[in-house]
Design a protein around this ligand. Structure first.
Ligand SMILES: CC(C)(COP(=O)(O)OP(=O)(O)OC[C@H]1O[C@@H](n2cnc3c(N)ncnc32)[C@H](O)[C@@H]1OP(=O)(O)O)[C@@H](O)C(=O)NCCC(=O)NCCS
Length: 154
């Protein structure tokens, strides 16, 4: 049984570990060392842990009743998915899909009808499988701009 809850400050060390492992074990194969270094600085030590008091929505998936364990993490701001990380121990078990759909519901609750994501290179096929399509963006080639029209599930 998996449950959702909001991130709190006690989660920071676990999240740092989760994101660090994802970058090392999953994303690294798709990026050169310099890009990984930039992603690490940006995502682990920068924005990810300073967003807590801003109007960004951050949730984790935890198993059973163990609220201290974290298997996956998502952040969205307005209609943008900012972070989506599944523990390398649980990749391929459907958690990413579940948490993305949870975030999309939250984005729709804010009144938006489409969601955007700057997908990491390794996650493009995942987002495609969830209905996202690519569009031309202005930013660096280290991410892929994707969007999806959202409709409420019944
Ligand atoms: C990308 C990520 C979130 C996917 O999460 P996941 O839990 O492994 O994905 P799921 O098990 O929910 O897979 C959902 C669907 O996507 C497909 N999928 C997932 N990863 C895929 C891949 N690399 N290539 C092709 N299809 C993929 C699955 O086959 C599945 O298809 P289905 O709906 O037809 O069954 C996860 O791999 C991850 O955290 N990666 C590292 C961090 C990262 O890159 N995050 C994205 C930042 S934008």
């Amino acid at each position: 049984m998996l449950n959702y809850r909001e991130v709190n400050e006690d989660d920071f060390p676990l999240l740092e570990n989760l994101i660090g492992r994802c970058l090392d074990e999953v994303c690294q194969k798709f990026y050169d060392d310099k890009q990984v270094e930039l992603l690490t600085l940006d995502k682990v030590y920068g924005e990810a842990f300073q967003e807590i008091n801003e109007s960004r929505h951050q949730y984790v998936l935890y198993p059973n009743d163990d609220k201290k364990d974290i298997q996956a993490y998502v952040t969205f701001y307005r209609n943008s998915i900012w972070h989506l990380y599944v523990s390398p121990d649980h990749i391929g078990e459907g958690l990413g899909k579940k948490l993305l759909s949870f975030a999309e519901e939250g984005i729709m609750d804010l009144g938006y009808h489409f969601a955007k994501v700057n997908s990491s290179l390794n996650a493009k096929e995942f987002y495609k499988s969830q209905g996202y399509v690519e569009y031309e963006g202005k930013e660096a080639k280290s991410t892929i701009h994707m969007f999806k029209h959202l409709t409420k599930s019944k």
